[in-house]
Design a binder for this molecule. Structure first.
Ligand SMILES: *[C@@H]1O[C@H](CO)[C@@H](O)[C@H](O)[C@H]1NC(C)=O
Ligand SMILES: *[C@@H]1O[C@H](CO)[C@@H](O)[C@H](O)[C@H]1NC(C)=O
Ligand SMILES: *[C@@H]1O[C@H](CO)[C@@H](O)[C@H](O)[C@H]1NC(C)=O
Ligand SMILES: *[C@@H]1O[C@H](CO)[C@@H](O)[C@H](O)[C@H]1NC(C)=O
Length: 380
C-alpha cells in the first residue's frame, strides 16, 4: 500500500479527537462454530531462505484457526502481538487510523477444547490462506476466523521478507525485503508455493500436529484441502495448485497471476473474485490463465470493492465507527462497501465455494449468494 502523505492532516485531526478503547472484531458470515487459534513457526531445513541471502534455512510463521464444537472457555485474544500491532499502527496512521487502533483490537477465541475436536468422522477440511505482498497474515485474522467458523481448519502463513513484518515466538522480527522487480515477484510467488508445500507436508507429521493442534484428529483432511489467497497470495494459490496436485481447488481474491501457472494452468476447480473493474477483461494475466483452467471455474466481480476490500481493514474501520470519517482517498484502497457487508461477501463466496468443493458437491450456496448480494456480478 503506497502511503498517501496528503492524509497527514486528517490523521492529526483524528488522533486528537479519538480515544482508543478495546474493540472485539466480530465473526462475520454464515459460519456458526466457535474458533480456537494457535500460532506456530516451522523451519524447513532442506531449503535456504532465498531473501535472507545469508545461508539460513527458511522459517515461516503460521496461524491455525480450528472450529471448536466443544468450546468450553471463551476469552478475548489480542488481534496482533505487540510489536506487530505497533508497526501496523505506524503504517496505517497515514490512512487516518488513530494511533493505537491495531493494539486495541481483540478477537473472541476458545481457550481450551476437549480432546475430541471433531464431531464428524472425517473431521473438518483444511484450507490454506496466503495474503498480499507487504501485508501481515494477521491482517486477515477476522477473515480466517470467519471462514473457520464455517467448519474449516484454516492455516494462514506469513512468508518472511515478503510480509511487511513477521514476529516469531522467540522475539525475532523480520521486516520486508525490497521485492519490486518482476524477477523478485516471481521468486516471491515460487517461494510462497514452496512454503505452502512444506507446511502441507508437515501437517502430515503427527508429532507436530499433536503439539500444535491438540484436537487435530485425522490425516484424512490432507486429502480434503483447498487454498485461498489475496493479491500476491491469490497468485500463490494458483501457483500452489499447479505445484501440489493433491490440493483439490482454490480461490484467488483479486490477485494478478505470475509464473508458469499463467501458461500451464491446472485441472482442478478455481474461483476468481475481483474488485470493481478487475476482471479478465482488464487483467491480461487473468485472461491468459482462464482458458488453461480446464475444470470448474467461475469469476465474480464485486462492485464497490477495491483491492484491500479483501482484508480485515474495511471491517476494522467499520467496527471502530471510522469508515465515514476517513479521508476520501482511502476509498480507492478499501472500496465503498460497508465493512461488515464486504466481509460477509468475501466469507460467503469463499465458504460457498469450499462447501461445493470439499463438502457437498453442490453449488446451491453459491447460487444463494448470488441472490443475496446484488453487488457481486458473475463475469465468467
Ligand atoms: C504511536 O504511538 C507510539 C507510542 O505509543 C509512538 O512511539 C509512535 O511514534 C506513534 N506513531 C505515530 C504515527 O504517531
Ligand atoms: C528496490 O529495488 C528496485 C530495483 O529492483 C530499485 O529500483 C528501488 O530503488 C529499490 N527501492 C528501495 C527502497 O531500495
Ligand atoms: C515432526 O514434528 C516434530 C515436532 O515438531 C519434529 O521434531 C520432527 O522433526 C518432524 N518430523 C519430520 C519428518 O519433519
Ligand atoms: C469502473 O469502470 C467504469 C466504466 O469504465 C467506471 O465508470 C467506474 O468509475 C470504474 N470504477 C472504478 C472503481 O474505477
Amino acid at each position: 500500500m503506497a502511503p498517501f502523505t496528503t492524509l497527514w492532516i486528517a490523521l492529526q485531526v483524528l488522533t486528537l479527537t479519538s480515544t482508543v478503547s478495546t474493540t472485539q472484531l466480530p465473526v462475520v458470515g454464515p459460519g456458526h462454530f466457535e474458533v480456537t487459534f494457535t500460532e506456530f513457526s516451522l523451519t524447513d531445513t532442506n531449503r535456504l531462505d532465498p531473501f535472507a541471502k545469508d545461508g539460513r534455512p527458511r522459517s515461516i510463521m503460521a496461524s491455525a484457526y480450528s472450529p471448536s464444537p466443544a468450546c468450553q472457555n471463551k476469552r478475548q485474544a489480542p488481534y496482533m502481538p505487540p510489536a506487530t500491532a505497533a508497526f501496523q499502527d505506524d503504517k496505517f496512521a497515514v490512512y487516518g487510523l488513530p494511533n493505537g487502533t491495531l493494539k486495541s483490537l481483540t478477537m473472541g477465541t476458545c481457550d481450551k477444547v476437549t480432546k475430541s475436536n471433531s464431531c464428524s468422522p472425517k473431521g473438518f477440511p483444511l484450507v490454506f490462506f496466503s495474503g498480499a505482498l507487504g501485508t501481515s497474515r494477521l491482517l486477515y485474522n477476522s477473515m480466517c476466523q470467519s471462514i473457520a467458523a464455517g467448519g474449516y481448519i484454516v492455516v494462514s502463513l506469513d512468508h518472511p521478507y515478503d510480509a511487511d513484518i513477521v514476529e516469531f515466538p522467540d522475539g525475532t522480527i523480520i521486516t520486508a525485503a525490497n521485492i519490486s522487480s518482476d524477477a523478485d515477484i516471481e521468486l516471491a510467488v515460487a517461494t510462497r508455493a514452496d512454503d505452502i508445500a512444506f507446511v502441507y507436508r508437515q501437517l502430515g507429521n503427527t508429532s507436530l500436529t499433536d503439539k500444535f493442534f491438540p484436537g487435530y484428529p485425522h490425516r484424512n483432511r490432507l486429502y480434503n484441502t483447498a487454498i485461498v489467497g489475496h493479491s500476491l497470495g491469490g497468485a500463490a494459490a494458483a501457483a500452489a495448485m499447479l505445484q501440489i496436485p493433491s490440493l483439490r481447488g482454490g480461490v484467488n481474491l483479486d490477485g494478478t497471476m505470475f509464473g508458469p501457472v499463467v501458461t500451464k494452468g491446472f485441472d482442478r476447480p478455481f474461483l476468481l473474485l475481483g474488485h470493481e473493474n478487475k476482471t479478465q477483461n482488464t487483467d491480461p494475466s487473468w485472461k491468459a490463465t482462464w482458458p488453461k483452467l480446464t475444470r470448474w471455474k467461475k469469476e465474480f466481480e464485486v462492485k464497490g470493492a477495491a483491492h484491500y476490500s479483501f482484508s480485515d481493514l474495511p471491517l476494522i474501520t467499520s467496527a471502530l465507527g471510522l469508515q465515514e470519517h476517513l479521508p476520501a482517498e482511502v476509498e480507492q484502497v478499501l472500496g465503498r462497501l460497508e465493512g461488515h457487508r464486504m466481509m460477509d461477501i468475501t466469507v460467503t463466496y469463499v465458504t460457498a465455494f469450499l462447501d461445493f468443493l470439499l463438502k457437498s458437491g453442490s453449488e446451491k450456496k453459491l447460487q444463494q449468494a448470488s441472490r443475496d448480494f446484488a453487488e457481486v456480478v458473475q463475469v465468467a
